[in-house]
Design a protein. Structure first.
Lengths: 227, 896, 211
């Protein structure tokens, strides 16, 4: 595996940014700035890096961005609406229209803090990371998992910039592992469940994009580590 | 170069992308923080030295915990196998080998579903506020949206701020009587509080009062017998009960109502002496399929007539225990009348028909109760000739009827005619604890008991009795006191602006103007109190400006609130001592899981509000939950053979230091380390031990030296004081003599009805503990809680198994439920398990959740007791929008 | 060779279903799926006269708890096309989930409704006598949880010599050609085991399908 290869560097930078953006998009309640950043041209260019690799991804990206662009004149109203959507989908107190925790999709038990949650926690701890809300929050929230990927991506990017092969490989391996054992296991069903959700229109597009992106990212990581 | 990388390179137009990417990578880190009212969550952080180090992640441990159901009449040894705060498995209480004397306290289906409840995904995680409610009253309230509004998450600071400012504003604008505190005893802040500790601290509030479990028993028992303990003192524990040769059970079904290992004890008690067990019940319950030797079906609310006929048979065959009656009772016959009697009517002559021309023959009773006259004769022969010892037991259920007070009188009287008191194996016991095989205990105090938590909080200056009804029940009515609003009337009173003061027929009314409803302790009044038909209207009343509820789930109460605060379960408390309804077991529970998201304990919330409202520590001294629970351990005692109590647990200064709590070291019989390791202390029983309970033995051994606390010092079959007390302050009527009387909405009315002809009883179904645990689908799938109906009745009325019916009362309450026709239920009677959460279809007004109290009418009775077991229903095919059973239904919390 | 089996004393069963829940907890079974089922069976004739006097007669009710009977000649094992079903030396019959192809032959063949198709995994599943606990010297979770101790297990021949009982009783199917390793003591209320009652359980209560 070479370092300093520009295409790899771009890829590592790109995926860092992409994970951070996706985390901002779905990890927390929407704000004007987290929504508006998607109108940013540079952000578009980063996200568009993958459009060439997958037609579905290109469509999904366009879908999402169009939804935001269409409301850019009434952004505050749009964000208010999205807040309601977010609350009804992921926060409660009413039964969430879509549960944002992995354990729900891995076992059919409608509980948090299951055995798979521990597996996720182990994965974090192995990288010297823990959820900022530990021990009160369920570790496998989509936002936390995406932030974990973002942090690992950043480490990989940094390691590559410094020619640190060991840490680069460590971060990339941990990332592939986590995708294989966790995110890829539940993202497709997570994305699918927005179809039945009353308030799922916008965030369904986000989930769809995430689901497609992580599949691409997994392939990308495979390529990089084999090179 | 590999495919994807190639494509990415092609995508990146020029170096500008690379730079942009790098720049954005940095910038986006701060995106999430901007513009948000709370710091970004759902992130990971680097572990540091200060990170929690107690993460084990490999290998777990079994931990005992205090069961999460607060509304259960029993208490088992619940355990969980836990790895770093994740429950992987529940235990079956196998902490020691199992035996009859020293049984494993195996949890029931509810206990074993613990993790579904405490880590259920729908559990409330954050404080929430109704979107269309804002503090300050007026246009910001929108009460009409309660129960169907949107919600938004708020911070604890915001919540405490709003609550404190609303309490202050409402008090200053409307006075303290504008507050209504719902809910029942707060076991963790200090049992017995009926109301709200924080409202007490700012000047008080109206509270609710009455009887829930005990029906018409308390006032009657206190007057006739001189004591009432809900069965805690007058029942026999399982070892004493094993000496009985005949056990008579009125409305008792422990297999459902106090599940867990309770039935094992009853079964063993029966086997020990080959006791015969007879049940009086409209339903051949699962308890009977194991314990029953005979079944006497009796219509709801008519057990009193049955008892009259039994008395008739005993008298006409001279089978009553005359010696006992002569020595210990007054009012049975003309020769033994109490000195204060205002009439000269005696029971024997009443039964023989001397006063009203109606001898209370089996034929007379049969026409009312439904069983064959010969069955009554057979029963009377049995109890009259059986040498005994006889255990004569009643749950609160038959007394939770309109004239449950009269039933209570007759229950005691016929028991005394058998004389089964004061000897090992004998008992006359009544109340909600009579079906608990660990109770009674000598003196009514548990064999092992915890001490108090020692929280201190102000008394309520407005409703001056902390548990109003117990004062009224205990013959201590004082017309100068304020008692608050009865349970049955609670919601109606909010709507009408008027409530009844203890008085015959509730004729004394007081006005009320409830501006704020508070439920900051455990209980679900909306699901559990009769008169539930009025609940929604009450919450939506225009003048109710603020509703706050502490809860774990979006229950019926919480759904109608303006602010809901998420509270912790017993599994999240650092220490949680079990309420020993199993009087033989003091459970020491540990923290099994970390506090769920942002939930807090009721005590913590109380102290936060104290801070905000400026309540000083002199008034409400602060104490951690850990310290409070530890105080319970320090004060734990065990009953000695001589009747005194000795400390249970040995706690050294080292133990106190290790736990970081204050207190005095104490010498007990078990080391603290063992106490923790074993999950508590369970008494090892054996036949003949000093825990065996013989109630009123002293009175029986020497009545002159040990009078009971009645007017005369004897058991009063004729009780003038009872009649006078009722005439003074009780809501319905009674006679000094025990007399059955036809009740409104009783069988006598049902049989004349074309429509409202079905008698409803609302049983404690095994799948819930009242309305706790009523949202667990895994339990819904094994007990579907259909409306049970007699097979022939179903056929005659055109209902098949699986049909959905609409059941309604004259008051207007309506429920929809699926029907299950079964053979072993009396014709004319239907059974609905109570505890489902009310869920009113906003279009039709039908409660599709089928909460039992939607069809239990508002009815003022006695000392505020409630009629859960004798309502009349009209039942017809349900033709509304299609429904499904709970297990397949969207969860209740999916909202309207 | 020893054959392990269950003994259920229906005379002492209150139908509390602790056995079902304990099993679900131990096996992490999703909603609807049950390895063990409890069947409530009852009868009661009523003679109601013109005055409404209602006399019950010929009445009984009892509950039967049954999971897999670990038959001596298991029909499931006989029809499995991929040999996914095995019988141990101690008589326990279990399904190897890795080999199961979800053809449902065993489900059709079993007279006792023991195996079912899990729609989550598309494989057949059933009670395995908690063989992992057995191997550690323990007992199945259902037995450990039973509130009245009416459910127990052991060598089926020993159980049969110790307790009086039958291999099947209503509402369990009558077919015992697979030699189920199970023993039931009938209720004292219905010792002749005639099939003259009704199943009072509702459909959901006795299904083993994923919901």
């Amino acid at each position: 595996m070479k370092t300093y290869d520009e295409s790899v560097a771009v890829a590592l930078a790109g995926r860092t940014t992409t994970y951070k953006l996706l985390h901002a998009l779905i990890g927390n309640e929407p704000t004007v700035s987290t929504v508006c950043i998607f109108l940013n041209q540079e952000v578009y260019e980063v996200l568009d890096l993958y459009s060439n690799a997958s037609k579905e991804y290109a469509i999904a990206l366009n879908d999402l961005l169009e939804a935001i662009r269409a409301r850019k004149e009434q952004v505050e109203e749009f964000v208010d609406q999205l807040s309601i959507d977010y609350s009804r989908l992921f926060v409660g107190p009413r039964k969430n229209e879509v549960e944002p925790w992995e354990s729900i999709y891995r076992s059919n038990e409608k509980t948090l803090f299951q055995a798979t949650t521990l597996e996720v926690r182990k994965a974090y701890v192995a990288q010297d990371l823990i959820p900022s809300g530990y021990p009160n929050v369920a570790d496998d929230h989509i936002g936390i998992e995406l932030d974990f990927m973002a942090k690992l991506a950043e480490r990989a990017y940094e390691a590559n910039m410094h020619g640190d092969k060991d840490n680069l490989l460590k971060a990339l391996k941990a990332s592939m592992d986590f995708l294989d054992k966790h995110l890829l296991e539940w993202m497709p069903r997570f994305a699918e469940s927005f179809k039945k959700a009353k308030h799922g229109e916008f965030y369904g597009k986000a989930a769809n994009l995430i689901s497609l992106f992580i599949a691409i990212d997994r392939d990308l990581l495979g390529e990089i580590t084999q090179a | 170069m590999a495919e994807l990388l190639k494509k990415i390179k092609e995508s990146s137009i020029n170096r500008r992308s690379f730079v942009a990417a790098a720049a954005v990578a940095g910038a986006s880190a701060s995106i999430a923080l901007a513009g948000c009212s709370r710091p970004a969550e759902n992130t990971v952080t680097e572990t540091t030295e200060s990170s929690p180090t107690s993460m084990k992640l490999e290998g777990g441990e079994w931990m005992s915990y205090n069961c999460h159901t607060h509304s259960c009449a029993y208490r088992c040894h619940n355990r969980a196998y836990v790895v770093d705060g994740v429950i992987l498995r529940h235990g079956t209480g196998d902490v020691h080998p199992d035996s009859v004397e020293y049984p494993q306290l195996r949890p029931c289906i509810k206990g074993m579903m613990g993790r579904k409840i405490v880590t259920g995904v729908e559990r409330l995680k954050y404080p929430i506020k109704r979107k269309n409610w804002s503090p300050g009253g007026g246009a910001g309230v929108n009460p009409q949206l309660r129960g169907k509004d949107e919600w938004e998450r708020i911070s604890w600071d915001e919540a405490i701020d709003m609550i404190a400012s609303e309490y202050t504003r409402i008090r200053d604008t409307y006075g303290n009587k504008a507050f209504l505190a719902l809910g029942q005893a707060e076991g963790r802040l200090g049992g017995g509080l009926l109301g709200s500790a924080i409202l007490n601290a700012i000047g008080g509030c109206l509270t609710t009062w009455g009887q829930a479990s005990q029906g018409g028993f308390p006032v009657v028992a206190n007057h006739m017998r001189g004591s009432y303990s809900a069965g805690a003192a007058d029942s026999q524990d399982r070892i004493a009960l094993s000496h009985a040769k005949l056990i008579v059970m009125f409305g008792i079904n422990p297999a459902w109502t106090a599940s867990g290992g309770n039935m094992f004890n009853f079964l063993n008690a029966k086997k020990a002496n080959g006791a015969k067990v007879i049940f009086i019940d409209p339903y051949f319950s699962t308890t009977q399929q194991v314990l029953g030797d005979d079944w006497i079906p009796c219509r709801p609310g008519t057990d009193g007539a049955f008892l009259e006929a039994v008395a008739y048979e005993l008298i006409t065959n001279n089978l009553q225990n005359q010696e006992f009656l002569d020595k210990y009772c007054l009012g049975f016959d003309a020769e033994h009348m109490p000195p204060d009697a205002k009439t000269n009517e005696n029971f024997k002559d009443y039964i023989l028909g001397e006063y009203d021309g109606t001898p209370k023959t089996p034929e007379y009773a049969s026409a009312i109760c439904g069983m064959h006259p010969d069955k009554i004769r057979e029963f009377a022969q049995e109890i009259g000739t059986n040498a005994g010892p006889i255990a004569w037991k009643s749950s609160g259920a038959p007394a939770r009827t309109n004239y449950g007070n009269r039933y209570a009188q007759l229950f005691f009287t016929v028991g005394w005619m058998l004389g089964c008191v004061g000897k090992l194996g004998s008992e006359i016991s009544a109340g909600s604890s009579s079906p608990n095989s660990h109770l009674g205990t000598p003196g009514g105090a548990n064999m092992v008991a915890f001490g108090g938590a020692k929280y201190a909080y102000p008394k309520n200056p407005i409703c001056t009795e902390t548990r109003a009804e117990s004062k009224i029940a205990n013959k201590m009515f004082d017309p100068n006191l304020e008692y608050g609003i009865t349970f049955t009337e609670t919601f109606k009173a909010i709507v009408d602006g008027e409530y009844s003061f203890p008085s015959p027929n509730g004729q004394i009314k007081r006005s009320c103007d409830i501006r704020c409803i508070v439920r900051d302790n455990q209980h679900n009044p909306t699901s559990q109190q009769t008169g539930g038909y009025w609940a929604e209207a009450a919450f939506r009343k225009e003048t109710v400006e603020f509703v706050v509820v502490n809860e774990k789930y979006l229950t019926d109460d919480a759904r109608h609130a303006d602010i809901v605060l998420p509270i912790q379960s017993t599994l999240e408390m650092e220490v949680c001592c079990g309420a020993p309804a199993t009087a033989e077991f003091a459970l020491f529970g540990r923290r099994v899981i970390e506090p769920y998201f942002e939930s807090k304990t009721d005590a913590e919330i109380f102290f936060l509000l104290c801070d905000k409202l400026g309540i000083s520590e002199e008034v409400a001294p602060k104490m951690t939950v850990k310290q409070a629970e530890f105080n319970k351990v320090l004060g734990a005692t065990i009953l000695q053979a001589d009747g005194t109590r000795a400390p249970l647990v040995t706690v050294t200064q080292k133990d106190l230091d290790e736990y970081g709590v204050e207190g005095e070291p104490v010498e007990g019989i078990i080391d603290f380390a063992d106490f923790v390791a074993q999950g508590g202390y369970q008494v090892q029983r054996k036949d003949g031990d000093h825990f065996m309970n013989i109630f009123d033995k002293k009175f029986i051994d020497d009545p002159a030296a040990n009078p009971v606390k009645t007017t005369s010092g004897k058991y009063e079959i004729y009780s003038q004081a009872l009649k006078d007390y009722y005439d003074l302050c009780c809501f319905n009527d009674i006679d000094a003599l025990p007399k059955y009387k036809a009740a409104p909405d009783g069988y006598e009315q049902a049989k004349t009805e074309a429509d409202f002809k079905w008698q409803l009883i609302t049983m404690h179904i095994i799948r819930h503990a009242h309305s706790c645990v009523a949202n667990i689908k895994e339990l819904d799938e094994i007990f579907t809680n259909d409306l049970l109906m007699n097979v022939s009745d179903a056929e005659k009325n055109g209902f098949k198994k699986g049909d959905w019916v609409l059941a309604s009362t004259r008051e207007g309450g309506k429920i929809a439920r699926r029907v299950n026709p079964i053979p072993h239920l009396m014709p004319g009677v239907v059974i609905l398990g109570q505890g489902n959460w009310r869920d009113i279809d906003q279009e039709t007004g039908v409660d599709v959740g089928a909460n039992a109290n939607s069809v239990c009418v508002t009815r003022l009775l006695g000392d505020g007791y409630q009629d859960y077991n004798m309502n009349l229903l009209k039942i017809e095919k349900y033709s509304g929008p299609q429904l499904d059973v709970e297990v397949r239904r969207q969860p209740f919390t999916a909202g309207i | 060779m020893a054959q392990l089996g269950f003994y259920h004393n229906t005379n002492e069963c209150v139908g509390c279903k602790a056995c079902i829940i304990a099993c679900k907890d131990k096996n992490d079974l999703p909603l609807g799926e049950k390895f063990r089922k409890v069947y409530d069976y009852a009868k009661c004739d009523w003679d109601v006269d013109a005055n409404g006097v209602s006399v019950p007669s010929n009445y009984y009710s009892y509950s039967v708890s049954m999971a897999c009977n670990h038959c001596a000649s298991p029909a499931c094992m006989a029809v499995c096309p991929v040999e996914a079903i095995m019988k141990r030396d101690d008589g326990i019959v279990y399904i190897n989930g890795d080999l199961c192809i979800g053809c449902s032959s065993c489900i059709t063949a079993c007279p006792f409704d023991a195996p079912y198709l899990s729609t989550n995994s598309n494989k057949s599943k059933k009670c395995d006598f908690c063989m992992d606990y057995i191997d550690e010297g323990g007992v199945p979770q259902c037995v450990a949880a039973c509130s009245t101790r009416c459910l127990s297990c052991g060598d089926i021949d020993e159980l049969r010599s110790k307790h009086k009982g039958v291999e099947t009783l209503p509402p369990i199917p009558e077919d015992v050609s697979t030699s189920p390793s199970v023993l039931f003591t009938p209720s004292r209320l219905h010792p002749n085991c005639e099939a003259d009652g009704v199943l009072t359980s509702t459909e959901e209560e006795i299904t083993s399908a994923t919901i």
